[in-house]
Design a protein around this ligand. Structure first.
Ligand SMILES: NC(=O)c1ccc[n+]([C@@H]2O[C@H](COP(=O)([O-])OP(=O)(O)OC[C@H]3O[C@@H](n4cnc5c(N)ncnc54)[C@H](O)[C@@H]3O)[C@@H](O)[C@H]2O)c1
Length: 299
C-alpha cells in the first residue's frame, strides 16, 4: 500500500526498449524491487540481461503481462512506443489493475494530461522525462499535468532524488517540456542557417562546439544573460530576433531530406555523410564525452 509515509519500494517499468531496460537497471541499482514488462519475448530477455548487467545484485523480474507487473507496484514508469492511443490504453489498463500507484510517463513530447485522460484519478499521473541514456544524464523533468496533485509531484520528485537523479519541476504541461524546447529552438535555427546558405552544415557544428558549446556546461543562458548584462542582451535581441527563424512548422529543407530517404546516420547520408561504422563511433564518442564532463563536475 502506498501512503505519504511509505517510501516507494516496488517499481514497474513498462517497455524494455532502449530506455526501459536502462531505467530498470537504474532503479534496481538504487535498491528498489523492479518488474520489467514487455510483450515481445526476445526484447524482454535482452532487456532483462541489460538491466541485470547494470544492477547485478538488484531485484529485477520480468513479465509480459501488465497486470502482473503493475498490480503491486508503488510507482510505474511507462517507456513504450511514442504513440498516443497506445499510451492512453496502457494508462487506462494500469489504473484499472492498481488504484493507488503513481503512474509516470517517459514520453518525450506527449502531454501527460492527454495520456492520462482515461484514468479516473488523474491526480496520480505525472510526466517523468528522462534523457537518453537515463542512467547517465542527470536530469529528470517532472511534469505536472492539469490534474497532477502536489503530493504526486513531491513524491515523484523525492523518488527521483533518492535514485540519484537530478529532478526538476516543470509546472505546465507544454510540448517538449523545458530541455527539448530549448534544444529544438537551436536546431531550428541551425537548419535554417544551412537551408538559407549562410554557411554549410559542418560550419554550424564547428561554431557551436567551439563557442556556446564550451560555455553551456558551466553557464546556462539565464545566468549568461545576467552575466553579460541585461541591457546588452536587450540590445542584441532587438537587433537579431527579427531575423532569426520563427517558423512554426518543420523546415521544408528538412522535409525534403526525409522525403529523399536521407535520414542521417541510419541511412548513411543526411546533412553529413555517414560511412559504415561512423554511427557507432559517434555513439561511443558522445558517451565518453558526457562521462568525462560528469566526472569533471564531481572532481
Ligand atoms: N530513445 C530516446 O532517446 C528517448 C529519450 C527520452 C524519452 N524517450 C521516450 O521513451 C519512450 C520509449 O522510447 P524507446 O526509445 O525506449 O522506445 P523503444 O521502441 O526502444 O522501446 C519501446 C518498447 O515498448 C514495447 N511496447 C510497446 N507497446 C507496449 C505495451 N503496450 N506494453 C508494454 N510494452 C510495450 C515495445 O515492444 C518496445 O520494446 C518513448 O515514449 C520515447 O519517446 C525516448
Amino acid at each position: 500500500m502506498l501512503s505519504p509515509d511509505n517510501p516507494i519500494r516496488t517499481v514497474a517499468i513498462i517497455g524494455a526498449g532502449l530506455m526501459g531496460r536502462r531505467l530498470a537497471g537504474l532503479v534496481a541499482r538504487a535498491g528498489r524491487s523492479v518488474t520489467l514488462v514487455e510483450p515481445v519475448e526476445s526484447v524482454l530477455e535482452s532487456g532483462l540481461a541489460a538491466a541485470r548487467d547494470m544492477a547485478p545484485n538488484g531485484s529485477i523480474s520480468g513479465s509480459d503481462a501488465i497486470v502482473q507487473g503493475v498490480a503491486h507496484a508503488d510507482l510505474v514508469i511507462e517507456a513504450i512506443i511514442e504513440d498516443l492511443s497506445v499510451k492512453q490504453a496502457l494508462f487506462a489498463e494500469m489504473a484499472s489493475v492498481n488504484a493507488e500507484a503513481i503512474l509516470c510517463s517517459n514520453s518525450s513530447v506527449l502531454p501527460i494530461t492527454v495520456i492520462a485522460e482515461g484514468v479516473d484519478d488523474g491526480t496520480r499521473c505525472v510526466g517523468t522525462h528522462f534523457w537518453n541514456p537515463p542512467d547517465l544524464i542527470p536530469i529528470v523533468e517532472v511534469i505536472r499535468g492539469e490534474r497532477t496533485s502536489d503530493t504526486t509531484m513531491a513524491r515523484t520528485y523525492d523518488f527521483m532524488s533518492s535514485i540519484g537523479k537530478l529532478p526538476v519541476r516543470v509546472e505546465k504541461d507544454v510540448p517538449g517540456f523545458v530541455g527539448n524546447r530549448l534544444q529544438h529552438a537551436l536546431w531550428r535555427e541551425a537548419i535554417d542557417l544551412v537551408a538559407s546558405g549562410v554557411c554549410d552544415a559542418e560550419t554550424v557544428d564547428l561554431v557551436v562546439k567551439n563557442t556556446i558549446g564550451l560555455r553551456l556546461g558551466e553557464m546556462g543562458p539565464i545566468e549568461n544573460a545576467d552575466y553579460v548584462g541585461l541591457d546588452l542582451t536587450l540590445a542584441i535581441h532587438e537587433a537579431v530576433l527579427p531575423d532569426i527563424c520563427a517558423e512554426r512548422h518543420a523546415s521544408p529543407y528538412l522535409r525534403d531530406l526525409v522525403a529523399n530517404g536521407e535520414l542521417g546516420a541510419k541511412s548513411g547520408h543526411g546533412f553529413l555523410i555517414w560511412p559504415d561504422g561512423s554511427r557507432e563511433q559517434a555513439a561511443a564518442r558522445l558517451s565518453a564525452h558526457v562521462q568525462k564532463q560528469l566526472a569533471d563536475q564531481t572532481s
